[in-house]
Ligand binder design. Structure first.
Ligand code: SF4
Length: 611
C-alpha cells in the first residue's frame, strides 16, 4: 500500500506485550484513518459496559494517510477511548510532531490496553517499542514532562503527555503537546492516567511511501499558495480564532456568566485586539502555513497560548474581563492538562450555584484569585476541586433541584463557547455532535446567523449534516485541520487529489461524505446505544433546558429562547436524513447500506432495530 503504512502497533501495559497488526486496503478505504480507525477498533474490541477508567478500556492514537507528509495543516493526531466523562465514544485531535513521527516510525495507529504496574511511558523509535519507567516524570506538569522527555530522547521526537489532572483522573483531563496543543476533551488524559501512562514519545526516520511523489509535491505547493493568497489570510495571521470574541459579542452569542447572557460588558478587554497588544509570537501544528496559536505574555510574565474557546470559557463565562489573567488561567490548564472548555463550564456552574446559595463553599463571579486556587485543586482533586473534577453533569446530579437545567452540557460533555438560546441550527449541532457538545463537527453558527438566525428550517438540518460529513467525517478521518477550509475558503477538492497522489487510491468527496463519514457516524452512534442500552432515547440529543426556558436579559436577542417543538422537529428531520429512527438509532437498512451488517447483529443484542 502507498499512503497508509498498513500497520497498527499494539501494546498491553498489564503484560508488557507489544505486537504489530497489519491491516488491508479494504479496511483503509472503509475507515480511512484517525477517528474512523478508532471507532472501528473500539466497536469491535471493547467489552460493553466496562469502566472507562479500568484496564479494560482501550486508548487509541491514530493518524491518516496524509499525516506526516508536507501539506496544509496535516500534522494532527486523534486520541480516542470510551470516555470517563460521558460513558460514550470520546475522542479529540491535536497538532503535534507526535503525528509526524508516528507515521515515520511506520505506524498508522497505536492501541494501548491494560494498566502498567507503575508509572510508565511508551517510547517508539522506528521498529523498536519500549515501555519505560516514568519515575522522575510522573507528577510533573505537561510542559516540564515534555521538556524532560526531550532531554532524554532528543529534540527530534514527538511527545503526547498528560499532567497532574490526567494522573488524578479528572474526568475532562486532556492530552497536551508542544506547550499548548491540546486534545481529547472527553477525558482522554484521564484514560492515560488510569493506565499509569504518562506519555507517548515517538521518533521515526522512515519515508512514508507515496504513489506519485512528484505530483504530490506539485499539489502541495499549489495548496500552500491558495491558502496564502486568501483575502482573509493577513487578518487570520494577526488574530486567528481570537477574532471570534468580537463576532460573538456583536451577535450576542458569547457565553457569559454560565451562559446566562450572550454579551459581556468587558468583551473589548479580552478580544482579538487586546490579544494583539500582548502577542509576542505565533505557534502552530506541523506543516501549517496559517499557524493560529497566539502566544502572549500573561499577567505572571509567562508565555501562554490563546484561542477563542479558552478565552471565552475562562473569561466571559466566569466573569473575568482581563486578558492577562485569563491567559494565566489558560496556561495553568495546559500545564495541568485540563480541558479549558469543560473547566470554564464547571467553574461557571459553581459560580452560579454560589449565587443561588446552593453550595456551602463557593466562588463569586470574576474571583480570579479563587479561580486560580480552584484550578490547582481540580488538578489534584482537592476539596471543592474534587467536586468540579467530575464535570457539570455529575455536579448537577449532586446539587439536585433545578441545577440540571443550567449544567451546560450534552451527553455529559460541556458545551463549547457559543450560547445558542436563539440559534437553533447550532443547538442541533451541539445536540448531535458525536462526542457530546463540541463545536468541531458542525460549526454552522456563522452561516446560520448570516442567513436565517432564528428559523427552524430543513436547510439548517441539511447544513448540520453537510458540516458533520466534512468536518466530523472527512477531516477527522484524514486527521486534517478544518480551519484552512472554514476560515480561508480552501477548496475541498484538494483532499481527494492529495489522497490520490499519496496513496494511488481514489476516494471522491461524495464517497468521503456519504460512505466514510456516514459509516463512521452510524458506528459511533451504535457505540453509544450499545453502552446505554435501554436507557438510550432522543433526550440524549437535547441541549440543556436553559436554552428553552431562560432568556438572556441583555443584547439584541434578549427575551429569546429556543422552541422545544421547533428543536424536536429539527431533530426528527435530522434522524430521518441520517436513516436513523425516532429514537436516534440507526435503522437496520441504514447499517446494511453502509456495509455494517455485522453491527446489526451485535446491536440487536442491546435494542430492537427498526427496518
Ligand atoms: S490552523 Fe491552527 S489548529 Fe489548524 S493546523 Fe494550523 S495551527 Fe493547527
Amino acid at each position: 500500500m502507498y499512503g497508509w503504512n498498513g500497520k497498527i502497533l499494539r501494546v498491553n501495559l498489564s503484560t508488557d506485550k507489544v505486537s504489530v497488526q497489519e491491516y488491508n486496503a479494504e479496511f483503509a478505504k472503509k475507515f480511512v484513518g484517525g477517528r474512523g480507525f478508532a471507532i472501528k477498533i473500539l466497536w469491535d474490541e471493547l467489552k460493553p459496559g466496562i469502566d472507562p477508567l479500568s484496564p479494560e478500556n482501550k486508548l487509541i492514537v491514530s493518524v491518516g494517510p496524509l499525516t506526516g507528509l508536507p501539506g496544509p495543516s496535516l500534522g494532527k493526531i486523534v486520541i480516542a477511548a470510551k470516555s470517563p466523562l460521558t460513558g460514550g465514544y470520546g475522542d479529540g485531535n491535536l497538532g503535534s510532531m507526535a503525528a509526524v513521527y508516528l507515521r515515520k516510525a511506520g505506524y498508522d495507529a497505536v492501541v494501548v490496553e491494560g494498566k502498567a504496574k507503575k508509572p510508565s511511558y511508551l517510547y517508539v523509535e522506528d521498529d523498536k517499542t519500549y515501555i519505560l519507567s516514568a519515575e522522575g516524570i510522573w507528577g510533573l506538569t505537561t510542559f516540564e514532562a515534555e521538556e524532560k522527555l526531550k532531554e532524554i530522547h532528543g529534540r527530534n521526537t514527538g511527545v503526547l503527555v498528560i499532567g497532574p489532572a490526567g494522573e488524578n483522573l479528572v474526568r475532562y483531563a486532556t492530552v497536551i503537546s508542544q506547550e499548548g496543543r491540546a486534545g481529547g476533551r472527553p477525558g482522554m488524559g484521564a484514560v492515560m492516567g488510569s493506565k499509569n501512562l504518562k506519555a507517548f514519545v515517538f521518533k521515526g526516520t522512515k519515508d512514508i511511501p507515496l504513489a506519485d511523489p512528484q505530483e504530490y509535491r506539485k499539489l502541495v505547493d499549489q495548496c500552500y499558495e491558495e491558502i496564502k493568497s486568501s483575502a482573509n489570510y493577513e487578518f487570520w495571521i494577526r488574530q486567528g480564532t481570537m477574532a471570534t470574541i468580537e463576532w460573538c459579542q456583536e451577535n450576542a452569542v458569547l457565553p457569559t456568566y454560565n451562559f446566562k447572557e450572550g454579551v459581556f460588558e468587558y468583551a473589548r478587554l479580552i478580544d482579538g485586539y487586546s490579544m494583539e497588544a500582548m502577542k509576542i509570537k505565533r505557534r502552530g501544528c506541523p506543516f501549517c502555513n496559517m499557524a493560529c496559536g497566539n502566544v502572549v505574555v500573561d499577567a505572571e510574565k509567562k508565555e501562554a497560548e490563546l484561542d477563542y474557546e479558552n478565552v471565552a470559557m475562562l473569561g466571559s463565562n466566569i466573569g473575568i474581563g482581563h486578558l492577562g489573567k485569563v491567559s494565566v488561567l489558560n496556561r495553568m490548564a495546559d500545564e495541568y492538562g485540563i480541558d479549558t472548555i469543560s473547566l470554564g463550564s464547571c467553574i461557571g456552574f459553581i459560580m452560579e450555584a454560589t449565587e443561588k446559595k446552593l453550595t456551602k463553599e463557593g466562588v463569586e463571579w470574576g474571583d480570579y484569585k479563587k479561580v486560580k486556587e480552584l484550578i490547582e485543586d481540580i488538578a489534584y482533586r482537592r476539596e471543592l476541586g474534587n467536586f468540579l473534577a467530575e464535570g457539570t453533569m455529575r455536579m448537577a446530579e449532586k446539587i439536585g433541584g433545578e441545577s440540571k437545567k443550567w449544567a451546560m452540557q450534552v451527553k455529559g460533555l460541556e458545551i463549547s463557547a457559543y450560547n445558542c438560546y436563539s440559534v437553533p441550527g447550532m443547538a442541533l449541532a451541539f445536540g448531535t455532535s458525536s462526542i457530546g457538545a463540541h463545536h468541531k463537527e458542525a460549526w454552522v453558527i456563522a452561516w446560520e446567523i448570516k442567513t436565517d438566525r432564528t428559523g427552524y428550517t430543513k436547510a439548517k438540518v441539511d447544513k448540520v449534516l453537510e458540516f458533520q460529513r466534512i468536518r466530523g467525517g472527512m477531516f477527522e478521518c484524514l486527521v486534517s485541520c478544518r480551519l484552512p477550509w472554514i476560515e480561508l475558503g480552501f477548496n475541498l477538492e484538494w483532499y481527494p487529489k492529495l489522497l490520490k497522489a499519496a496513496s494511488g487510491v481514489t476516494i471522491s468527496l461524495d464517497e468521503m461524505y456519504y460512505g466514510v463519514a456516514d459509516r463512521v457516524y452510524a458506528l459511533i452512534r451504535a457505540f453509544w446505544v450499545r453502552e446505554f442500552g435501554g436507557k438510550w432515547d432522543r433526550n440524549m440529543d437535547y441541549p440543556p433546558a436553559r436554552w428553552f426556558e431562560e432568556a438572556p436579559t441583555k443584547g439584541p436577542y434578549k427575551g429569546t429562547t429556543l422552541s422545544r417543538d421547533g428543536y424536536n422537529q429539527l431533530l426528527s428531520q435530522y434522524y430521518a436524513e441520517r436513516g436513523w429512527d425516532e429514537r436516534g438509532i440507526p435503522r437496520r437498512s441504514t447499517l446494511e447500506k453502509l456495509g455494517l451488517s455485522d453491527v446489526v447483529v451485535e446491536l440487536e443484542k442491546y435494542t430492537s432495530l427498526t427496518q
